[in-house]
Design a binder for this molecule. Structure first.
Ligand SMILES: Cc1cc2nc3c(=O)[nH]c(=O)nc-3n(C[C@H](O)[C@H](O)[C@H](O)COP(=O)(O)O)c2cc1C
Length: 213
């Protein structure tokens, strides 16, 4: 490849990366959804895309439970709200609650029932329930896969809410998942209800998050 060709590729990539930034900069956490359904085929394909993530020793330590059933959604909402109520009324969470104030959130989680689907993402500590084969860097790997999933949905105009009730052990029981899987987070998936007012948040600048050495 000659210098002129390399220069052209770089120019094209700069343009593409700017366009991709503009697209991703529009992603926001959405806390209210419309009743419009997201097709299962689309969700499955986005999960397949998430499954392309790199993982420690290629263990692919993720599992995605997709909930469309209204009754199960309600059970998750009720259990999550119970935990959230305790958190929001807890004594030792003052600083955390202060940090959350700008988001205008509270213990109520209507989106868990409104969302077209809930994707409960599990992280595997071991490959099997007997726990004989370990997975490595599971949290890191599942975090990367989740990022890809959010990106895959966002580029289709589908919104998400990352929800992390704590602890989330009820999800193993409710979804009958084995003990080598730990709930990582719940992703509520749907189309944005434009009546939802987004909190006014600022993203850090490149200088604040990056230094070239
Ligand atoms: C690991 C993680 C957990 C989160 N948990 C919650 C949650 O339980 N409830 C909620 O309303 N938002 C939750 N969020 C969303 C964040 O509040 C949101 O990403 C952040 O305020 C930035 O806003 P943006 O996503 O619109 O850019 C979570 C995000 C992450 C990455």
């Amino acid at each position: 490849m000659n210098l002129q060709e390399i220069d052209e590729i770089n120019k094209r990539n700069i343009k593409s990366s700017n366009q991709f930034y503009d697209l991703m900069n529009k992603r926001r956490t959405i806390r209210r959804f419309t009743s419009q359904e997201v097709s299962l085929e689309v969700i499955n394909q986005c999960i397949k895309t998430a499954g392309t993530a790199p993982s420690g020793a290629n263990k692919q330590p993720w599992y995605f439970a997709v909930i469309k059933n209204s009754l199960i959604k309600k059970q998750i909402k009720d259990a999550a709200e119970k935990e959230e109520f305790e958190f929001y009324n807890g004594k030792n969470n003052d600083q955390w609650l202060k940090d959350l104030k700008c988001l205008d959130t509270n213990w109520q989680k209507p989106h868990l029932k409104e969302a077209s689907a809930l994707i409960v993402i599990f992280s595997k500590s071991h490959e099997d329930e007997k726990k004989s084969k370990k997975c490595y860097y599971s949290k890191e790997s599942v975090g990367i896969a989740t990022g890809i999933l959010i990106t895959a949905l966002h580029q289709l105009g589908i919104s998400t809410l990352t929800h992390t009730p704590n602890p989330m052990n009820f999800l193993n029981i409710l979804l009958k998942r084995p003990s080598n899987e730990k709930p990582f987070l719940i992703l509520a998936v749907g189309y944005r209800d434009y009546k939802y007012k987004l909190p006014d948040l600022k993203r850090k600048s490149l200088d604040e998050i990056c230094k070239i050495y």
